[in-house]
Ligand binder design. Structure first.
Ligand code: ADP
Length: 577
């Protein structure tokens, strides 16, 4: 226990020399015992600290709490005023603080990103060796800005080392993840090698806690991210094991199968997935061991269409099938547009052929009239029809070109100028009137109404709306164009007394290729289904909007357009939003 000389019993028991020596002996023994007790207390403290610290850390706030407790205990055991953990950030090659420290403020912490070649932190990190300094200000290894920022007098810095041991506790790998600093021994004392040894012990365990926690947190966060992505993607995903147990079934798949978005993992496929094409696809992929791609129609004829693809998952170490992953992509919209496009091609061909047939017919008639059967007036009438049909063709082609411009994302360039809207509307009404005797087209507009607009494109908008008003009023009637001045904008209403639009189509008529195709009267009129789509884009290009204000089947419709008087400012505003 002690190498002090035991009391000499040959002297008289009450001799003062003997008493003094004995006293000295017991003082040393007591001192030694005290030291041992302190050592044991320290170890007990360390053990309990680590036991507490090693409680499962799974989230960032938990890690922060645990580190908070850890630095407090370290400060208590080492008797230091400040404790700071710096972790190596490989991407920036910096040692960055891992909060919370102790005795350091958040502002101070923010400034403590230290290069791996700098100061004591860098030295300890690179050399994997502890450092003790009792004169921080004059020690050549310290960074003076850190010393003054944290008012460091003295300190110990130890590496945070992760040690990997085998089953027999032999060291197999070592990795430094950062450093731990303690600064300013309490009661103005100096740090000693004993403190350093103790801190190294604490650091080894702290490193293990930090690294495990970070790994765990990273894994859980990655898992959560994956889970979130899996839950929120619009693509349906179902994973079934080779034993027919559902491992995953995301909300999109539940929606597709029309089953509640419950927790399906672990349940039998036969219970979860209703009999039908999806069930058969999964089963046949598992039975045959062949991956498939098929198109599945859910529900009735107008149900949603999915492209389904199955992939077999095998274990890394064997060719045995583990599970089947199936992905379901909703392609209803793609198929709908494809159908519409096909219909569109045939409508456009028809729309092109009609005026061409008429043009060809009249020209042939004129050419064959060698004997002058037709008088001058009739010939002129023929020429007027040819001219009109040519205009119709030009309009159709220009519409098609504009649609292709919008589709390719090139946008519709505007040539803005000051336009008298009243004059433009009067001209549109006048231009359409000669083509019809059954309709009375009028423009109820102010004397003059100036706006900035692209006159050609605006004419196209009105030509389309007035053209439709006439076209879809096969029995004739009034077609009115009304313009109203509204502070910063103008409003144009095109009112007809025609067929009206059935309710179920009202939300769709501005979509490209959409036509009222289930109504005999509408159907017999013909068209391409791109007019209103273009009108909408042209109005929007001006920073304006168009809508179906009202419609009554058999009574007529009113289409309205609102355009800003100064489109540049509005468009600028829209761009910045
Ligand atoms: P279309 O070339 O078929 O006329 P539009 O895009 O201009 O294409 O119009 C889409 C559909 O909206 C038309 O097929 C028609 O059924 C309906 N529609 C448009 N304007 C009117 C109107 N003024 N009255 C009744 N129906 C209309």
């Amino acid at each position: 226990m002690s190498d002090t000389v035991p009391p000499d019993r040959s002297e008289a028991p009450d001799s003062p020399r003997r008493l003094r020596r004995e006293l000295e002996h017991y003082r040393v023994v007591v001192e030694e015992m005290r030291r041992r007790i302190r050592g044991l207390e320290d170890e007990l403290e360390t053990a309990t600290t680590m036991a507490e610290v090693q409680s499962v850390v799974v989230t960032r706030p938990e890690l922060r709490n645990t580190l908070g407790r850890l630095v407090k205990k370290v400060a208590m055991i080492i008797q230091a005023e400040k404790v700071l953990l710096l972790i190596h950030q490989p991407d920036m090659n910096l040692l960055s603080p891992l909060p919370p420290g102790l005795g350091v403020t958040a502002e101070q912490t923010e400034q403590l990103n230290i290069g791996v070649d700098d100061g004591i932190s860098g030295w300890v990190f690179r050399n994997r060796e502890s450092a003790l300094f009792n004169d921080a200000l004059n020690d050549p290894r310290t960074l003076k800005n850190v010393v003054s920022l944290l008012a460091v007098r003295n300190g110990i810095t130890v590496p945070l080392v992760i040690k990997q041991r085998d089953e027999e506790e032999r060291l197999v790998d070592e990795r430094v993840i950062g450093v731990m600093h303690v600064f300013n021994k309490r009661f103005d004392e100096d740090f000693g090698t004993e403190d350093m040894r103790l801190l190294e012990m604490l650091a080894e365990q702290a490193a293990a806690v930090i690294s495990n926690a970070q790994l765990y947190i990273q894994l859980t966060e990655e898992k959560e991210e994956l889970q979130d992505a899996f839950e929120s993607i619009h693509v349906g995903v179902i994973v079934v094991t080779r034993f027919g147990v559902v491992r995953l079934l995301n909300p999109a798949a539940a929606e597709m199968l029309i089953v509640p978005p419950d927790e399906y993992a672990g349940k039998q496929m036969e219970i979860v997935i209703p009999q039908g094409e999806v069930h058969d696809l999964l089963k046949s992929t598992l039975d045959s061991g062949e991956e498939r791609t098929v198109e599945i129609q859910m529900g009735e004829e107008d149900g949603r269409i999915f492209q389904a693809q199955t992939t077999l998952m095998k274990r890394e170490d064997s060719s045995e099938v583990e599970s089947v992953v199936s992905i379901f992509n909703d392609i209803t919209e793609i198929r709908r547009v494809e159908r519409m496009k096909t219909a569109f091609v045939s409508t456009v061909s028809h729309e092109l052929r009609t005026p061409l047939t008429s043009i060809k017919g009249f020209i042939s008639t004129l050419l064959e009239d060698d004997e002058g059967m037709y008088d001058e007036e009739t010939r002129r009438e023929f020429l007027i029809i040819i001219n009109e049909e040519c205009d119709r063709l030009t309009r159709l082609i220009s519409d098609l070109l504009n649609v292709s411009k919008i589709e390719s994302g090139r946008g519709l360039d505007l040539q803005l100028s000051d336009v008298d809207l009243s004059q433009l509307l009067r001209r549109v009404a006048a231009n359409h009137q000669p083509y019809t005797k059954k309709h009375k087209i009028t423009a109820r507009v102010p004397e003059k109404l100036m706006i900035r607009a692209d006159a050609d494109k605006l004419t196209q908008v009105l030509d389309n709306l007035v053209g439709n008003a006439v076209k879809y009023s096969p029995n004739g009637g009034k077609v009115e164009i009304v313009a109203t001045d509204e502070d910063d904008s103008v409003r144009i209403d095109v009112i007809d007394e025609g067929l009206g639009i059935p309710e179920r189509h009202r939300d769709h008529i501005f979509q490209r290729f959409h036509q009222v195709d289930d109504d005999v009267d509408h159907k017999s009129i013909g068209g391409t289904g791109i007019g209103l789509y273009l009108v909408q884009h042209l109005a929007q290009a001006h920073g304006g909007q168009v809508w179906l204000e009202s419609s009554e089947v058999g009574e007529g419709s009113t289409f309205s357009v609102r355009l800003p008087q100064d489109p540049e400012t509005v468009l600028e505003q829209q761009r910045s939003e």
